[in-house]
Every structure is written in structure tokens, then in C-alpha cells.
Design a protein around this ligand. Structure first.
Ligand code: NOJ
Length: 735
């Protein structure tokens, strides 16, 4: 439609119709067989509202969506198509690594390809909008939703979030195989106090802008069509009713002109926050704050008309919001083709096709982080005489995806056992569960309890120990339950279950050659696992092709390619913790023999593994950093260079990282900040130069007067393999 036609349509619409457009309801309310992603009993709704609503949540499948689209369009006075939205977070049916695992790839190309793959699959299944990327910065692994974010760093989150937007939307969202992206959760949701989901977020404006908002902005610059508000209160105001946040920051400063949708029930939840007296006030506050669409509560549909009639809300305000919805529908081409790419035949053909599986397999290996490899125990040899016992609850488990994956069929998943049996031809392998993933009666996210069969427990353990005794090497397959990750899964205890640790200890008593694989959606406590294992690979939740990727990496078909997108602390008690912290007046040298210094008297170093850390199967040597200039003005750029050499005996890829530290500032500056990433693949013995351009933009920060600007002074440029590198050079910035 042309803009003129859209204007005409808007003019023709009744107020009821307009308000309907601003409401999104769950597919299950239409009697559809929909996925449920939140509480359903928050309100009751009448048929009229269902017919008028502008969008449906979580119905999947081309046929089901077509049916509902036809029925609802027929009932609407202007036959306006509904938008079908869904949480396609890490793949539709071909599930790939959870976002935190994607963060570990440090690779925007891979992340873009994955997003495109899930767009292609979900678009064929009738979906128009995905609720992704989530770019909430997170520094506290107790928060269950760490799994859904790409980590703790504003630059990395922005880079990968923007890559996802491009992957989903392509150049033209209307084109075949594309869906619209919804950036979430605006804003600061990852800063929940003590990692408690849905709790308050208290951030200074400087921290909010510099650390938390940067990634949302990168996604908006990449053209994201929608933004979702967050559940939390931000500095005492619920995001969903926060006028400053939405009108000033998001619309005016960031220039976002797409659809702003609430999170699930978040408008009504402003009453629980004690910010709105009742639903009517919640509707007024949200509308005035700039919220276009309400997801899964009915404050708009029940009260906007009354608010317009009494003059509290203007018709212009309503029209503006409705127009954004119409424009989105038009951008998606829904007025011409309300099903977009939804097509049962295509859906069948594309879902889990060979190309998608191959990409998921490659990406999983690229996300695995090798944390330790004593005696070069890895890669394992697929050779005669080699025997490996795979032990642990993940040795043959198909639930190797994070939350927000809704596989239609678990048979499509490749467990570790299946991956090994399908790829390892000569070595002798055995598989033993050893123990359950969790204790009896452990609470899962949906409130259900994990159950175990007590009589089986002892036998499982004995079988595992017998297998460990006989094998040359043991691969322990441990981890969290996937239902301990995602929304509403904050944890105070960040260990794998006590049973799994006990199993590991018992196995260690009979066989010291242990490689441990950890499946998890967050950084867990790793001291004990590290101590008892010769090698450790962090596999996150790898998805459909996880077992094949494990086989590829363990047996050296490819390297584990990941680097940590979050710092790992020794203990949950150290959280929040992150590499870009500020310098203390009482620095700590990482030992316990100093008094009166920043830190703890019972924990020497800050990190178990630093941000950016990870190994391949080779080793690299870095030369000193050189700069082509040591003094610049704001118009100049500096080229910073290192030479890296592959000093091992395998082809290997190094993730070269650039960090910059502003040595003195009119506000205290972080210890360093990631500003560049380059992936370099080298043959054994070969070396190459790696360069980064440093521009004034990379030096800017929110200064003492809240201007975003760089300050004259001295800077340190680090280039190395992780955030603790000391390989650096200096330059000066002046007028
Ligand atoms: C609530 C979650 O916070 C959000 O991330 C998700 O997209 C919506 N529910 C819809 O399922």
C-alpha cells in the first residue's frame, strides 16, 4: 500500500478497530494449539476483543496460522491482517546454540547466518516477527536469562545483536525468507538486583547509557522494526510506563520509529509495581509514555476508548500508534499477502534441511570453549586400542537446547552418544548415565519438580564406575537442566547438581584421564570440575546438532572455536563481576597476602576464567603491539598492529581481541573495553600481521557533564587473546 492508502485506511477505521490493533493476544485464547510463554489466567477477554486484536502470539505452523488469519480477517471490518509473532530465539526447528553460546563465537558472520536460517524456517511456518535479539547486558550469572543474551560486553552485544537483525530482516523484510526483528528488553532488564528475575534495576544514567543502552542502539541502527519493553522498574519507574526512556531516549535520541510493544502482561503489572492505581491508569501511563502495543493484558482494549472520550488521551496519540502497526504490516507485505511466506510445503522442505543442520553443527563447534587441555589430552584419537567411556547425564540426552526452544520432535536431536556412534569408527566407546541431571524434587521454571527413580540411582553409579575403570579415557558429560535456564530461573547455587559432582569424584578415583563437557546456559562454578579434569569444554546448550559437534571437536575434525562472552567467577558470591570494572583506590594484586585492599579475604583472584578466554588445539605467539602514531588529534586514526604466529602443529583460528583503556578521565574509566575482534586462521609455523584502526569514536564516553565525547589524554591499546592480556602500547590524544 502507498502511504496515502494507509492514511485513508486509518481515517476509515473506528476507534474500537484502532484500539484493537494495539493489542496482542496469545494464540491459545483463540483456541489454537499455541505455545504458552507466560501466565494465561491474568484476565478474561471477550470475543470482540479477540476479533479486533492486531496481533497473535505464539501460534506456529503455516496451516494453523493461515486458518486463524482467514477467520480473523473475515471478522474485522477492514479485513486488516494480523501479525503473527513468536519467540524464535535460537532457531525454529533446527535449533542452534543458545544466544550466550552464539556470543562465544565472537563471530557476527556466523550469528547473522544462524539468524537468517531461523528466519527462513519460521517464515515458512507462517511467522512474521521474532522476539529476538535480546541484547540485555548481563553481569550476574544468577539471572536465568543470561542464556538469552550474548553476554557482558556492550560492544560484543551490539555487534552480534546487529548481526541478528540483519540475518532476520535481510535488506527488505518483505522479501521471502525474512522476518521482522524485535529488540528486547528495553531497558536494562539484565541489571536485575542480585540476579533475581523481574526484580528492580537501579543504574546511574551514565552506566545505563554507556553500558546497557549501547547494544539496543546498535540493533536500532541496524534497522530493527520493533522494540519490546522490559518487565523491570528502571530507577523506580517501570520501563513500560517510562516516558523518559521511551519517548526521549528511544524515539528522540535513538531515532526509533518502529513498533514499541510491551512484554507479556507488563502493562497490567505496573499495578503490582505500585506505579498504576488500576488498569485504566496503566493504559494512560503506557500510552503517554509512547507504548504502541500491549502484549497479553487488556488495559488498552478495556480503557483507551474511555480515556479518549474523556479527553485524557488524544486521538492523535492513538493514530500515531496505530499507524506504526499499519506501516509494519505494510512493510511485511501483509496487505497484499497476509500469510507472507507461510506455506506448509515449504515449511516441510526447509525445516531441519541438510543445509540448516550443517550450519547448526558448525556453529555449535564454533561456540564450544576449550577451557583446559592438560597433556594435550584433546583431541582424542579415533584409533585401534583407544577406549572411551562417556559418563554422565548428558552422555545420551536429547534435551541439549536452552529454554525458548520448542522442538516438535526430540528425535531430530543428536545426543552425544548418537554423535559419537555416528562419527567415531575405530575407537571403542561406552555410554553410561551415572546419575540424573538433578536431585529429586528440584524446582524447574514452570513450578514442576524434577523426579528421579531412587532404586535406579545406585545401579547407574556402579555401572558408570565399572565403565570408567575399563576405559583409557573418560568423557564426563555434565550440566544444568535446560529448565533451569531462561525466564524465571534465577539461581543462588551455580553448581551442577551434587550428584554429578559426586559422580565425577568417584570416576576420578578410578581413572584420572578425564575430559569434561559442560552443558549449561550460564557460567557455572568451575573450580571442582577443573580440579578433577584434564580437559574441560564448555558446550553451552548446542541445539539439534550438539552430539555431532561434540564428536567433531573431541576427535579433532575441527577445533572448539569459542571464547568466553562472560567472565567466570570462582563463586556465585562474587557476582556481579565483569572484566570492564573500575580501578579501585586500593588495588588488589590477586593474592591473599595483602591487607586493606579491594576484594575478599577468602578469595584471591577475581576470575576463574577471564572474559574473552578460550583455547584452540594449537598455540599462538603475539609480538608486541606497535602503533603507527603515538600522538593524534580527533581527526586522525591510529593503526595498531601485532604479528601473531601459530606455534603449534595444527591449522588453527585465533580470536584476536583489541581493548582500549583511557588512563585518566573526568570520571573514572573502566579498566579496559573491548573495541575490536579479528579471527585469523594460520597453518602451523605461519605468522601474519593483524591490524586494527582506532578512531575517535572508540574513545568517547559519557563525561562528567553527560556529554558523549572523548577527552584529551593518554590511552593504552591492548591486543591479545583475552581481556587479561598485558600486551600493550600507548598513545596520546590532544587538540
Ligand atoms: C516474556 C519474555 O520476557 C519475552 O522475552 C518474550 O518474548 C515474551 N514473553 C513473549 O513470549
Amino acid at each position: 500500500m502507498t502511504n496515502k492508502q494507509l492514511q485513508k485506511l486509518l481515517k476509515d477505521m473506528s476507534l474500537d478497530e484502532k484500539i484493537g490493533q494495539l493489542t496482542q493476544l496469545a494464540g491459545s485464547m483463540y483456541g489454537s494449539d499455541a505455545i504458552v510463554t507466560g501466565l494465561l489466567d491474568m484476565f478474561s477477554i471477550n470475543d470482540k476483543a479477540l476479533e479486533m486484536s492486531g496481533s497473535v502470539l505464539s501460534v506456529i505452523g503455516a496451516e494453523a496460522i493461515k486458518k486463524l488469519q482467514d477467520e480473523n480477517m473475515a471478522k474485522q471490518p477492514h479485513h486488516i491482517p494480523q501479525i503473527f509473532m513468536y519467540d524464535v530465539i535460537n532457531g525454529y526447528q533446527t535449533i542452534y546454540p543458545v544466544p550466550l553460546g552464539q556470543g562465544a563465537t565472537f563471530n557476527p558472520d556466523t550469528v547473522e547466518k544462524l539468524a537468517h536460517m531461523s528466519a527462513v524456517e519460521s517464515a515458512a511456518a507462517g511467522i512474521h516477527v521474532t522476539f529476538s535479539p535480546m541484547v540485555d547486558l548481563v553481569r550476574d550469572a544468577r539471572w536465568g536469562r543470561v542464556m538469552e543474551s550474548t553476554g557482558e560486553d556492550p560492544y560484543l552485544n551490539g555487534l552480534l545483536g546487529a548481526a541478528m537483525v540483519k540475518g532476520y530482516q535481510g535488506d527488505d523484510v518483505k522479501a521471502k525468507g525474512n522476518v521482522a526483528a524485535c529488540v528486547k528488553h528495553f531497558a536494562g532488564y539484565g541489571g536485575a538486583e542480585a540476579g533475581r528475575d523481574y526484580d528492580n534495576v537501579e543504574l546511574s544514567e551514565r552506566t545505563l547509557r554507556e553500558d546497557y543502552l549501547a547494544a539496543y542502539e546498535a540493533c536500532i541502527k541496524a534497522g530493527a522494526k520493533l522494540v519490546m519493553t522490559s518487565f523491570n522498574t528502571l530507577n523506580r519507574v517501570p520501563s513500560t510506563g517510562n516516558k523518559w526512556l521511551m519517548k526521549k531516549v528511544l524515539r528522540e535520541e535513538m531515532g526509533f520509529d518502529g513498533v514499541l510493544i510491551s512484554d507479556y502482561g507488563a502493562v497490567k503489572e505496573m499495578i503490582n509495581h505500585g506505579y498504576s492505581r488500576d488498569e485504566k491508569q496503566a493504559a494512560e501511563q503506557s500510552m503517554k509514555a509512547g507504548l504502541d502495543m500491549e502484549m497479553m493484558s487488556t488495559a488498552y482494549i478495556s480503557h483507551l476508548k474511555e480515556l479518549v472520550d474523556e479527553g485524557t488521551i488524544s486521538m492523535d496519540m492513538i493514530d500515531e500508534a496505530v499507524m506504526r502497526l499499519l506501516v509494519l504490516k505494510n512493510d511485511l507485505g501483509l496487505f497484499e499477502n497476509p500469510y507472507k511466506d507461510g506455506d506448509p510445503k515449504e515449511e516441510k522442505k526447509l525445516i531441519l534441511c541438510k543445509k540448516h543442520r550443517e550450519l547448526a553443527r558448525k556453529a555449535a563447534a564454533e561456540s564450544f570453549v576449550l577451557l583446559k587441555n592438560e597433556d594435550n589430552i584433546l583431541p582424542l584419537a579415533d584409533a585401534k586400542g583407544a577406549s572411551v567411556a562417556f559418563i554422565g547425564p548428558y552422555a545420551d540426552e536429547k534435551q541439549i537446547h536452552g529454554s525458548w526452544s520448542f522442538p516438535n520432535d526430540y528425535n531430530t536431536f543428536v545426543s552425544v552418544k548418537e554423535g559419537i556412534l555416528g562419527n567415531v569408527t575405530t575407537a571403542k566407546t561406552t555410554f553410561k548415565q551415572g546419575c540424573y541431571r538433578l536431585d529429586h524434587n528440584k524446582k524447574l521454571k514452570d513450578g514442576s519438580m524434577f523426579e528421579v527413580n531412587e532404586t535406579k540411582k545406585e545401579k547407574m553409579l556402579n555401572d558408570a564406575i565399572a565403565a570408567a575403570k575399563k576405559a583409557k579415557t573418560v568423557v564426563m558429560c555434565l550440566g544444568e537442566h535446560f529448565m533451569q535456564t531462561g525466564e524465571a530461573t534465577s539461581r543462588t547455587d551455580l553448581n551442577v547438581s551434587p550428584e554429578q559432582i559426586e559422580l565425577l569424584r568417584k570416576v576420578r578415583e578410578v581413572n584420572p584421564n578425564i575430559v569434561t563437557l559442560v552443558f549449561a546456559g550460564r557460567p557455572l562454578e568451575m573450580d571442582v570440575i577443573d580440579e578433577l579434569s584434564k580437559a574441560v569444554i564448555y558446550c553451552w546448550f548446542p541445539g539439534t546438532e550438539g552430539g555431532n559437534a561434540v564428536a567433531d571437536v573431541l576427535y579433532g575434525k575441527c577445533e572448539p572455536g569459542g571464547r568466553l562472552p562472560m567472565s567466570f567467577s570462582h563463586k556465585a558470591e562474587q557476582l556481579p563481576n565483569y572484566y570492564s570494572r573500575f580501578r579501585s583506590g586500593r588495588p588488589n594484586n590477586g593474592t591473599l597476602d595483602q591487607g586493606f585492599v579491594m576484594g575478599y579475604i577468602d578469595q584471591a583472584d577475581l576470575f576463574k576464567y577471564p572474559f574473552g578466554y578460550g583455547m584452540g588445539y594449537s598455540s599462538f605467539e603475539y609480538s608486541n603491539v606497535t602503533l603507527d602514531k603515538s600522538s593524534i588529534t580527533r581527526k586522525d586514526t591510529i593503526t595498531a598492529t601485532v604479528t601473531i604466529k601459530n606455534t603449534g602443529d595444527r591449522v588453527s583460528t585465533e580470536t584476536v581481541q583489541l581493548y582500549i583503556q583511557d588512563l585518566f578521565g573526568n570520571v573514572v574509566r573502566p579498566r579496559r573495553l573491548l573495541k575490536g575482534i579479528k579471527k585469523v586462521t594460520l597453518k602451523p609455523g605461519k605468522k601474519t600481521k593483524v591490524s586494527f584502526e582506532i578512531t575517535d569514536d572508540m574513545l568517547k564516553f559519557w563525561d562528567i557533564d553527560m556529554n558523549y565525547a572523548s577527552e584529551d589524554g593518554d590511552f593504552r591499546v591492548y591486543i591479545g587473546p583475552d581481556s587479561l592480556t598485558e600486551n600493550c602500547a600507548y598513545f596520546n590524544l590532544h587538540q
